[in-house]
Design a protein around this ligand. Structure first.
Ligand SMILES: Cc1cc2nc3c(=O)[nH]c(=O)nc-3n(C[C@H](O)[C@H](O)[C@H](O)COP(=O)(O)OP(=O)(O)OC[C@H]3O[C@@H](n4cnc5c(N)ncnc54)[C@H](O)[C@@H]3O)c2cc1C
Length: 317
């Protein structure tokens, strides 16, 4: 079922969902299952699976460094299919512009359609680690809005190059990213919102936000989005802080602000176990307020470990 259908069928009740990351190459999928199992009692209607960008690695060969390209966490679509099969839950693969040509994206979407996966999250992806700015690969998209258009075209039976006789079209429900504190590269929040509107106009059905720690930012974002004509569901993304280093890491990587009270509480912690507890309590507080405000879904960034998300879900759902 589509994410938007799940939301509609919930009749205003806030749903629970979460995002996982594929295991590192060579690692078993069992660890993922062990972390999904405890969360299934909260009936997630869908689970997101991220896609990691490719990266360069350097292999020494006869005194010279040979540059190879690799993806450290491959398998997004396979994992989506495996989870869907094992838990009978909808899965949402993240589809990136970065590192994929339009043709590769078309084949990936065809795979998803055959597997009965009918939700996708369309994202641009970040620049590769050696790049200052994002660059589309040869034959790839520069912006997520173009990827949304490609997915919508496929939903209408329009393939990239081939004129084919179509009797079975896909019907993907498309999610896109939104940034309550604006995307790092956007010159202003208003400009970023206009870009978000372009994604919705291209066919996006819902938005999932970047993590935020002050609900006011989310509420203001939703109001501002409505003012520019964005009328699709905006799902808040919640990340429980788990380690002290997140105080530096999260603002640096995601260009987000942390509230002073949260910073003070974390600074007082002696161990990361205590930090994890503070992160859980903060996320519970955030979640309860968002739930009371009637958000459609509370979507948690689990980062592969579910104990803290389970503790939050127990308190909220
Ligand atoms: C919910 C969520 C899930 C994510 N999952 C993943 C994942 O699985 N894998 C991963 O690698 N990353 C993921 N990301 C990170 C995401 O890829 C990065 O934030 C990326 O930098 C931007 O992606 P986007 O889809 O928002 O890009 P876009 O919507 O294309 O926007 C990127 C920037 O370009 C600007 N822009 C857009 N259109 C135009 C235009 N026509 N002209 C000029 N400027 C324009 C926007 O304002 C913005 O600053 C996720 C982010 C979120 C919020």
């Amino acid at each position: 079922m589509k994410v938007t259908e799940h939301i509609k069928n919930a009749n205003g009740k806030t749903l629970f969902s979460f995002e996982i990351i594929p295991p590192k190459k060579g690692k078993s999928i069992q660890d993922l299952y062990d972390n999904i199992d405890p969360l299934m009692e909260f009936n997630p209607p869908f689970i997101d699976v991220t896609t990691s960008r490719e990266e360069y690695i350097y292999i020494e060969k006869q005194g010279l460094l040979d540059r190879k390209i690799t993806r450290m966490r491959p398998g997004t679509v396979g994992i989506c299919a495996a989870i869907k099969h094992k838990y009978d839950v909808d899965t949402v693969p993240h589809v990136l512009c970065g590192g994929f040509s339009k043709e590769e994206t078309e084949y990936l979407l065809v795979d998803c359609h055959y597997l009965g996966i009918n939700n996708v999250m369309a994202l641009r992806g970040d620049a590769m680690s050696h790049q200052k700015y994002f660059e589309a690969c040869d034959g790839g998209h520069q912006y997520a809005s173009q990827l949304v258009s490609q997915i919508q075209n496929l939903n209408c039976g329009t393939y990239l190059h081939d004129v084919v006789e179509v009797d079975d079209t896909s019907n993907f429900c498309i999610g896109v990213a939104g940034y309550p504190e604006k995307h790092i590269e956007a010159p202003s929040l208003h400009t970023d919102l206009k870009r978000l509107k372009e994604k919705v106009d291209a066919g996006a059905d819902y938005v999932v936000t970047q993590m935020f720690f002050d609900n006011k930012k989310y509420f203001e974002f939703v109001d501002a989005a409505k003012k520019v004509g964005i009328d699709v569901p905006i799902i808040p993304g919640i990340k429980p802080i788990a380690i002290k280093k997140h105080l530096q890491l999260l603002p640096q990587v995601f260009k987000i602000d942390l509230p002073q009270d949260l910073i003070t509480n974390i600074e007082q912690c002696q161990t990361n176990k205590q930090v994890r507890q503070v992160g859980i309590e903060w996320a519970i507080q955030q979640s309860k307020e968002l739930q009371a405000a009637g958000v459609p879904v509370l979507h948690y960034y689990s980062m592969g470990k579910s104990d803290n998300v389970k503790a939050i879900a127990e308190a909220v759902f």
